[in-house]
Design a protein around this ligand. Sequence first.
Ligand SMILES: Nc1ncnc2c1ncn2[C@@H]1O[C@H](COP(=O)(O)OP(=O)(O)OP(=O)(O)O)[C@@H](O)[C@H]1O
Ligand SMILES: [Mg+2]
Length: 453
Amino acid sequence: MKTKILIVDDEVDVLDLMRELFESRGYLPLTATNGVEALKVVREEEPDMVITDIRMPDMDGMQLLEILSNSYSNIPVIMVTAHGTIETAVEAIKMGAKDYILKPLRLDEILAKVETIAQLKNLERENEYLKSRLAYRFNFKNIIGKSESMNELFKLIHDVAPTAITVLIQGENGTGKELIANAIHFNSPNVNKPFIKLNCAVLAETLLESELFGHVKGAFTGAIKDKVGRFELADRGTLFLDEIGEISPNMQVKLLRVLQEGEFERVGEAETIKVDVRIIAASNQDLEEKIREGTFRQDLYYRLNVIPIHVPPLRERKDDIELLVYHFFEKFDEVYKKNIKKIDPEVLRALEEYDWPGNIRELENYMERAIVLNKTDKLSLSDFPETIGHKQKTVVEFNENDGLVGAIEAYERQLILAELKSNKGNKAKTAQKFKINRSTFMSRLKKYDISSS
Ligand SMILES: Nc1ncnc2c1ncn2[C@@H]1O[C@H](COP(=O)(O)OP(=O)(O)OP(=O)(O)O)[C@@H](O)[C@H]1O
Ligand SMILES: [Mg+2]
């Protein structure tokens, strides 16, 4: 991009001279004959620097300088002044001018000063760019969380990202697996190399194979031209294999080979292709469970699970809810230009009580919906679905015949039933929540005649 220089002078001859000079050196000159006109050009064209004469009718150079250094302090200004008025030049520098040029004009002097300023300006720009890149690198600033488990996760990402090591991210739906995969790639040395994603769940086996490895024209019906697969596209970069638990046994074998040997063939072709790809895989299914069931290969699992990252569900890190709520509040308030001022504390309490089966995606959706629906300046419980803020409290009536012990037992029974239900009947998990071991828990179930099917 050419450096834009605005020249302000009431003498048309001077303007012509400078325009020619700058054009011949690859700059883009703009001109104005007084301060008012100059401000208009500044607003419309955003020049990279301004060279202005001091003595002009209407608004003079000093006034122009004052406005520029107040409102456009990023635009450097060079003052042009006649011989014998060096005091004015000094004053201009004090007011924020970058430099001054004395009349009569010497072209080489003008060029040298402009050159210096242009270089400084480029350096500044580069610097800002580098700084923003660095900030992004070490911040993961779009991943919100302050809970202990999230802090551990940040540390892990920080350690793992700069390597080329294979990572397996496991966690429930909507916990942020893809977000983490992104953070790993964008903090890796591959950041400028390709980052290719593939959701393994949405494709039938044959399609998945040609998506991953590519095919040649005529390899199967519908293969009307050659296709490059994701592994080739991701060469020297990162390949994110989402929902890895969904791939068929056949594809598992093929995948294992690429992971082991770094080579494969396109569908319908004998030639072997070698690639160098970092793999990040993700699954919302329990892969160890799938191994026990016999639907996922153990050897593939070991190849993928070099660094396991477990993303905890939101209900196990409720400390993060408040931060997330405010994060999405600001985001959607801005997107929908609502200017909602605050959140009713009742909302926050209710959101922290809820169990979030859909995790952060669910929270994000509820916040978006609430902000769209809200018509006041305060987000309130009525903007949320009914399930929020209506947690069933476990209560028992006191029955005199049973006494206190009986009442406590009745309460314990209800509590166990409710908790089992919210854990979808998973006994190990429920016992863990109650912080008792499994056999103690089983004896409780027996005592209260709770069916253990
Ligand atoms: N810690 C977080 N901070 C901010 N936003 C988050 C966080 N975790 C997840 N999100 C947001 O929640 C949504 C779901 O996240 P993501 O798609 O990464 O989840 P996932 O685990 O891949 O889900 P699924 O298993 O359903 O594919 C996204 O919009 C994401 O930006
Ligand atoms: Mg996902």
